[in-house]
Design a protein around this ligand. Structure first.
Ligand code: SF4
Ligand code: SF4
Length: 137
């Protein structure tokens, strides 16, 4: 909270989606239940990042299409996003050290290796045990 008067945007009133339903059609877990409405409790990002349970319900996990930390298929298929330009900010680039980790390397990873590789990474949110849970059959 702060006591500054901020310059803020107005509510987005224009309907940019029109008749498009690409994100609704592409979502593997049917989490986008209607235009502009996501049921977060069905989203892969929720299960793989936020859920603290030791096990992900199998009826949901079977729909994950191998996603292990988040998903964003809905962002990838959106024609509006297709017009955006990729950033060139080095600080946001993924490290080569973890771009090519295999599933076996993940399953066998120690806490020490995880802490070294992902010291300042958002993957810390689900922790190593969460990643192993996400990758388990
Ligand atoms: S992130 Fe994936 S699971 Fe979540 S709403 Fe988008 S497409 Fe669906
Ligand atoms: S894919 Fe993009 S444009 Fe199409 S309905 Fe979804 S958010 Fe709207």
């Amino acid at each position: 909270m702060l006591d500054l008067e901020l310059v803020y945007d107005t509510v987005l009133a224009k309907d940019y989606c029109g008749t498009c339903t690409k994100c609704i059609d592409a979502c593997p877990t049917e989490a986008i239940v209607a235009p502009y409405q996501v049921d977060g409790s069905k989203c892969i990002s929720y299960f793989t990042i936020e859920l603290k349970d030791a096990i992900i319900p199998s009826e949901m996990k079977s729909k994950f299409q191998n996603w292990a930390f988040g998903c964003d298929i809905c962002q990838d298929v959106c024609p509006i996003n297709a017009r955006s330009k990729p950033h060139s900010e080095q600080a946001f680039m993924p490290s080569e050290a973890f771009l090519h980790l295999t599933k076996k390397e993940w399953i066998e990873m120690t806490d020490e290796v995880f802490e070294n590789l992902f010291k300042n990474s958002p993957i810390q949110r689900t922790r190593l045990e969460g990643m192993k849970r996400n990758l388990a059959p």
